[in-house]
Ligand binder design. Structure first.
Ligand SMILES: Nc1ncnc2c1ncn2[C@@H]1O[C@H](COP(=O)(O)OP(=O)(O)OP(=O)(O)O)[C@@H](O)[C@H]1O
Ligand SMILES: [Mg+2]
Length: 428
């Protein structure tokens, strides 16, 4: 009988590729890019829209592996433990309209990706000049001089770019790379997938107690009771029962989470969307992103280091103008962005509309302070301008609206507390 140590050494850990789905502008690409920044492994992002089947005009799918190799200076050993992000993967869904001829940019690409996703050995030639890697441009020249194996993290921040000519990573070099340990993260908006999911669910729910009645429910707007039922019957993940939530965090019971239909997506929904079962089978982890709500949009607007607010403040600052937003203005901006259905990208659209006049009027004029208050954010009046020497008035106007707001918040908070207390007494 093999000893425990022997058994342990024979277990080989394999990767689980992931698919991130969510509406446009919910941060799928941003998650992948941020990963690239924080992780210390080679990383590349490729757009699936450019891919075609081998032999046709367009990029071969091997290019994603080529980019990964380029990102770590053709260090094959490091690239073999890297991450490849395939963005806009929903664009390679096969189209039913293409019944005649070959679907070279849809199903053809899926077929070409099958082997790479699972693990195969590829011969990649360092032939074309590749675009600069996004984050990990530094590294040692590829190969292992003196036959010394390098640890995955050892080369990071090495000797600069692998210059062609002479270096082992030079042009024309053929590299053999095994993709079985490369993690693939696939991202896509999958517009219309929520309808597929809902159609499937509704087929199983006929009768009086049916959670969803076919064709009657808007995929984006499910009533809370239906949502609860759906969660119970179809959620692919564990969701705590209401009683648990009630005992631990009563506020969460009152504040019903809006349901995200994509959470219930299953491989068969993706197959009916236009993917090959073989392709979907190779991506076992499915993560759905929620549409932003007003509160989250306000946070997206103001919290990141490079947030939109800071960007616009800096833009005006360059002309010596101080720009300020009141918190109710921020909420109005988020509310306006919500109606556009383009996710966090809509925030920039709203801000551009709001500040376009000020951007032309303020630089080089006597305007030194601009206040965007709630009325301005509702487009009921232009932002309020203050000239040099009116800083006191500017600060006072800002403080006045803020304190008015705080008063409202306190009132809302006490109402909320009242509700929580009422719910608490109902539970006890
Ligand atoms: N969680 C977030 N925090 C901060 N900013 C965000 C967040 N999510 C999205 N954004 C902003 O929204 C922009 C668009 O996000 P991103 O490109 O990741 O969307 P996407 O989900 O890939 O959309 P698409 O499907 O249209 O490609 C980002 O550049 C970023 O400014
Ligand atoms: Mg994207």
């Amino acid at each position: 009988m093999p000893s425990k140590e022997n058994l342990e050494s024979t277990v080989e850990l394999q990767k689980s590729n992931c698919l991130i789905i969510g509406p446009s502008g919910t941060g799928k690409t941003l998650i992948a890019k941020t990963l690239a920044k924080v992780l210390d492994v080679p990383f590349s992002i490729s757009d699936c829209t450019a891919f075609t089947q081998a032999g046709y005009v367009g990029e071969d799918v091997d290019v994603c592996v080529q980019r990964l190799l380029a990102s770590c200076n053709w260090d094959v050993r490091r690239a073999e433990t890297g991450i490849i992000c395939l963005d806009e993967v929903d664009k390679i869904a096969s189209t039913k309209a293409m019944s005649h001829g070959r679907d070279v940019s849809g199903e053809g690409v899926q077929q070409a990706l099958l082997k790479i996703l699972e693990g195969t050995t590829l011969q990649i030639t360092n032939s074309r000049p590749k675009q600069a890697p996004p984050h990990h441009s530094a590294g040692t020249p590829s190969g292992f001089p003196g036959g010394v194996p390098t640890s995955p993290f050892q080369n990071f921040g090495g000797f600069g770019s692998g210059a062609p000519g002479g270096s082992p990573g030079g042009k024309g070099e053929v590299h053999t790379i095994d993709t079985s340990n490369i993690l693939f993260i696939l991202c896509g908006a999958f517009n219309g997938l929520n309808k597929n999911v809902l159609d499937r669910i509704s087929k199983h729910s006929m009768g009086f107690n049916a959670p969803v009645r076919a064709q009657q429910t808007d995929a984006n707007n499910i009533p809370p009771e239906t949502a609860k039922e759906l969660q119970k019957h179809f959620s692919t993940y564990f969701t705590p029962a209401d009683s648990d939530a009630g005992s631990k965090n009563r506020a969460s019971v009152i504040k019903q989470r809006k349901i995200n239909v994509l959470e219930f997506a299953e491989p068969r929904d993706l197959i009916s969307f236009g993917f090959l079962p073989e392709f979907i089978g190779r991506v076992p982890v499915l993560a759905a992103l929620d549409v932003f709500d007003e509160e989250t949009l306000v946070r997206v607007l103001s919290e990141p280091r490079n947030s939109l607010l800071r960007q616009y403040e800096e833009l005006f600052n360059m002309s010596g103008v101080e720009l300020k937003f009141t918190s109710s203005a921020l909420r109005q901006i988020a509310r306006a962005a919500l109606t556009m259905d383009t996710g966090a990208r809509a925030l920039r659209t709203v801000l551009e509309r709001l500040l376009s006049d000020a951007m032309f009027e303020a630089p080089g004029s006597s305007i030194k302070h601009i206040l965007v208050n709630a009325a301005a954010a509702k487009f009921e009046q232009p932002p309020v301008y203050f000239a040099r020497g009116q800083q006191g008035a500017f600060q006072a106007a800002f403080a006045a609206e803020e304190s008015e707001n705080n008063g409202l918040d306190i009132r809302n908070e006490s109402e909320e507390n009242h509700k929580i207390a009422a719910a608490g007494s109902a539970y006890s």
